[in-house]
Design a protein around this ligand. Structure first.
Ligand code: GSY
Length: 159
């Protein structure tokens, strides 16, 4: 069964409860959650003037195609009351697909691997907890190697 890696993020409301509810929703609708990273408190990337995020990476074994998994991720954001008001703005929940097996997907609505993964410490650090030796298709190196090379200066703290 395909293995996908997701990143959960929240910087509005009860962030830890929102991430927990997201994990449970994904487990009901998208597949089996087989690994979870620690929670990380991370400074906001993009727009600086907003609350800090909680981020967590998940490993999920799924029978869904990448497009179906995206639909499940968007539905998970919806159940958390996510509103899309400002690009890079504060949000109750964000669910991004980081990796899906060694697949490369490039459509107008979905890009896998996530195109900004190599430059985001807030994604690489949680992902390295559960997928350090997984290869990034296209970059030809592992998640741990991407993290070691990442120049993102934003603070990421393990809780
Ligand atoms: O792209 C995911 C949502 N997001 C985040 C995030 O999850 N964590 C941090 N630290 N900053 C972010 N900026 C955006 S947008």
């Amino acid at each position: 069964m395909p293995v996908a890696y997701l990143l959960l993020g929240s910087n509005l409301g009860d962030r830890a409860a929102l991430l927990r509810a997201a994990r449970e929703h994904l487990a009901r609708t998208a597949g089996t959650v087989t690994a979870s990273s620690a929670l990380y408190q991370t400074a906001a990337w993009g727009l600086a003037d907003q609350p800090a995020f909680l981020n967590q990476a998940l490993e999920i074994r799924t029978a869904l195609t990448p497009a179906q998994l995206l639909t499940a991720c968007l539905a998970t954001e919806q159940q958390a009351g996510r509103e899309r008001l400002v690009r890079w703005g504060a949000r109750t929940l964000d669910v991004d697909i980081l990796l899906y097996d060694q697949r490369v997907v490039d459509t107008p609505t979905l890009q896998i691997p996530h195109p900004r993964l190599p430059e985001r410490r807030f994604a690489l650090l949680p992902l390295a907890d559960i997928a350090a030796t997984v290869q990034h298709p296209g970059r030809g190196c592992t998640v741990a190697e991407l993290l070691a090379a990442c120049l993102d200066p934003l603070a990421v703290t393990r809780l």
